[in-house]
Write a protein that binds this ligand. Sequence first.
Ligand SMILES: [Zn+2]
Length: 470
Amino acid sequence: MSQVHFGHIFHVAGSGTVADAAASLVSIEDGALVIGDDGRIVFCGNRVDHDGALPSGADPTVFDHRPGFLLPGFVDTHIHFPQTFAGDAYGGGQLLEWLTLCIFPSESRFADPEYAERAAVEFCTRRIAAGTTAAMVFGSAFPHAQDALFATTKRAGLRIVSGRGIQTVGGDTAQPLLTSEEDAIRLTTEEIEKWHGADTGDVATALLHVAIVPRFSLSVTTETLRNLGELYDSVRERGVYFHSHLNENARPGTGEVDTTKQVYQVDSYLDTYDGKFLPGSTVGGKSLLGKRSILAHCVHCQDSELERMAETGTSIAHCPVSQQFLGSGTMPWKRTIAAGVNVAAGTDFGGGDEWLISKVLSDAFKVHISEPGDAGVSMHPAEMLFTGTLAGARALDMEDRFGNFDLGKEADFIVVEPSRHPPLDAALKYGIRSDDAQLAREQTLFVLLMGIREPAVTEVYVRGRRAELS
Ligand SMILES: [Zn+2]
């Protein structure tokens, strides 16, 4: 059914880069979003001008959210389903020890189907509460848990790209999560056949998609990487995704980056995902990079790695909340952006302890203004909004379908009602604003992005349909 929504609209229009975000910011204080029967946007503009957007005879349902806000749905490009109950895990320290002591035991509990089912419901509930309409979800090792995740996501009406976490090598606590080399490929192939595009039968219209997801290079072998390269090559054309971690913890000698380079004897960590995983970065198989590939963190990249990601269209999931929690450092914002690679936002829950992408953007602002010397930058609020919405849609290679309110796109949006979160409401009502109209609207967007909390996200729509778990 067609719909009309009234509210203060913010979005980053067009298809520019983060450098264009400020110039592409659209703010319509007394705005209307009109959605056709097919869930696509037919009008985004001033409320007084919306008449006539729908065909004559259409009888749309009208939702008046004023003085609330309408924003594009948040896109979380890195979040862990089997860590749904593992946020704020204490007693692990930094990445590798935290995985061994806290995360592997926690993820192993998903072997219990009832526990996994409970987690799937909780995970989707948290996503709706946070307004995360689309997500790249790092999956569980257990196929029954992935079935629960996809089925519950479908029931909730959310978008998802996910794949079972692949591990073929690991220590004692990782044992329940490991499979043989053969099973790693067989189970991943079965998941692709079962869930990729399963809701509509057509990848171009589906809300459900599958990714190939090795946890990281240290959790697999050269044989796994070779086999995954062959598998990915055979399913790339069907729009299957690739997802993993890269350059997260650079503790000298014993951290993730140095350990990976020692184990594989490669020049760069990225080489292990780029088919060059044999000693000396010799080619041993096919590349897993491309425009449907997302690598999380990328805090400590060499210039050559950033160049290669930009060249292949591989995106970065930037997760500053998690990077602070695990002491991983700060991804250099200006240098990374300057390399031309697309940077989107990720919560990395449970490495991160927040479900809200706006909290990730808020922490991004804080860590990047704190970078030393000339590297420090005060992110523009439009750049923050871009990173949490359109850049995410681009990272998922579905920018043509959602990410902003350009006409014809599928209507993914959230309603924010400040009155439901008094500190935000007060800051918007009584905070000072510039006499300059443009700066004033940017200040308002900044207050909004910094101040949104779950209670203020009152409605979430995917393709014009309310997302909810009944
Ligand atoms: Zn992660």
